[in-house]
Write a protein that binds this ligand. Structure first.
Ligand code: FA5
Length: 343
C-alpha cells in the first residue's frame, strides 16, 4: 500500500478505536497506540515520510498533517464526551453547548436617530412628526418659496399625481399637488399651524430628491429639522444649539463653521459645515439654518412683532458618516450584512 493509502487506513482505524473506547483508560490506551510519541503508529508512518518520492513529498506531508489533526481532534472530543456526567435515559445533558441564536441589531441610522433625539431632548426639544407624502403648499408655498422658484423644478423633485381636494390648501393653479417631501422643513409649518408659540421641536425623517448619487448624496436620505420660536429667540442661541449638538454627537475634536447663505424661509440664513480632520483642511456641509422669516411666521398665524424663531435642517447620514468613518452614503441602503454587523 502506498503512503497515502497507509495514512487513510491509519485514520479509519484510529477513528474506529476512538469511538469504541468507553472509558478514560481505554481511550488513553488508544492514544498511546496511535499517537504515542515513542512507539505510536503515527510515529511509524512519520519515519516513512522520508522515503516518499521527491515530487510527492508536499502531498504526502499535507495529508500526514491532516490525518494527525483529525485524529487528535476526535480524541479530544471523545475525551470531553466521556467526561460528561452520565445521564438517566431521556434526561437533559446540561453540559451540552447551547443553541446560539443570532440576534439582530438596529440599523446604524436608527441608532443615530435615537441618539439625535436623546441629545436634542436634553436641550429641551420634543419630537414632532410629519408625512413623507406632502403637498406643494407645505413643501414650498408656506416656506415662502415663490411659485417660479427653481427649487420647485420638476427635475429636482419627486412629484406625484395631482388631485383637486376642496378642504386642503392648494398651490399654484388651485390644485393640490402632491410630492415626496424634499425637506423636513414641512414639519415646521405643520407644527406652527397647530401649536401656539412657544415651540421647541425637532423632527427626523426621510426626504426625497432626484439628486445624482455619489459618496455623500443619495436620492433618499434623512434630515433632522429643528425649530424654536418664542419671545426673544436669537441667532446666538441657534449657533449655540447647533454647536452643542454637533459636539455632543461627534466629540469635542470637531469644528463647526457657519457660512452666510440664503433660504427663502429664513433671514439671515447660514450653511453649517463640520471639519473632517483635526487640522480643519477638509470640511463637509451638514445643514442649513437661520432665523425664521417673518413671512413664514405670518403664514401660520404667528405675530412676528411678538415672537422670533430659529430653524435648522441637518443631514443625518453626514453625521453618521463622520462619526463612524463611513466612506460612502450608499452603504446605508445596500443592506450588506458585513457593513451592518459593524454597528
Ligand atoms: C435644506 O434642506 C433646508 N430645508 C435646511 C434648512 C432648514 C435651512 C431650516 C434653514 C432652516 P439643504 O438642501 O442644504 O437645506 O439640505 C440640508 C442638508 O441635508 C445638507 O447640508 C446635507 O447635509 C443634507 N443633504 C442635502 N442633500 C443631500 C443628499 N442628496 N444626500 C444626502 N444628504 C443631503
Amino acid at each position: 500500500m502506498d503512503l497515502i493509502g497507509q495514512l487513510g487506513a491509519f485514520e479509519a482505524s484510529a477513528r474506529e478505536a476512538i469511538r469504541g473506547a468507553t472509558d478514560d483508560t481505554a481511550l488513553e490506551k488508544v492514544r498511546i497506540e496511535y499517537l504515542g510519541a515513542r512507539s505510536g503508529k503515527l510515529k511509524d508512518l512519520q519515519s516513512l515520510l522520508g522515503t516518499a518520492p521527491k515530487e510527492l513529498k508536499p502531498v504526502v506531508g499535507k495529508r500526514f498533517n491532516e490525518v494527525k489533526n483529525t485524529v487528535t481532534t476526535e480524541l479530544d472530543e471523545r475525551k470531553r464526551t466521556l467526561a460528561r456526567p452520565k445521564l438517566a435515559a431521556g434526561g437533559l445533558d446540561v453540559t451540552l453547548p447551547g443553541v446560539a441564536f443570532s440576534v439582530g441589531r438596529r440599523h446604524p441610522l436608527s441608532q443615530t436617530i435615537a441618539e439625535f433625539k436623546d441629545i436634542t431632548g436634553r436641550l429641551g426639544f420634543t419630537v414632532a412628526t410629519g408625512p413623507e407624502i406632502e403637498d406643494e403648499y407645505h413643501n414650498f408655498d408656506a416656506l415662502n418659496i415663490p411659485y417660479d422658484h427653481p427649487a420647485r423644478d420638476p427635475l429636482d423633485n419627486f412629484y406625484l399625481a395631482t388631485a383637486e381636494v376642496g378642504t386642503e390648501k392648494t398651490s399654484g393653479q388651485g390644485k393640490v399637488i402632491r410630492m415626496m417631501r424634499s425637506q423636513t422643513s414641512t414639519v415646521q409649518i405643520r407644527v406652527m399651524e397647530q401649536t401656539p408659540p412657544p415651540v421647541r421641536i425637532v423632527s427626523i425623517g426621510r426626504v426625497y430628491r432626484p439628486d445624482a448619487i455619489d459618496a455623500t448624496h443619495h436620492c433618499m436620505f434623512h434630515q433632522m429639522e429643528g425649530l424654536m420660536v418664542g419671545d426673544g429667540v436669537t441667532m446666538a442661541q441657534l449657533k449655540t444649539v447647533l454647536r452643542s449638538f454637533a459636539l455632543a454627537y461627534l466629540g469635542r475634536d470637531v469644528q463647526i463653521r457657519f457660512r452666510p447663505s440664503f433660504f427663502p424661509f429664513t433671514e439671515p440664513s447660514v450653511e453649517v459645515d463640520m471639519s473632517m480632520d483635526a487640522a480643519g483642511t477638509r470640511w463637509m456641509e451638514i445643514g442649513g439654518a437661520g432665523m425664521v422669516d417673518p413671512n413664514v411666521l405670518k403664514a401660520v398665524g404667528y405675530d412676528p412683532e411678538q415672537v422670533t424663531g430659529f430653524a435648522f435642517g441637518l443631514g443625518v447620514e453626514r453625521f453618521c458618516i463622520r462619526r463612524h468613518g463611513v466612506d460612502d452614503i450608499r452603504h446605508f441602503t445596500n443592506n450588506d450584512l458585513r457593513f451592518l454587523r459593524q454597528f
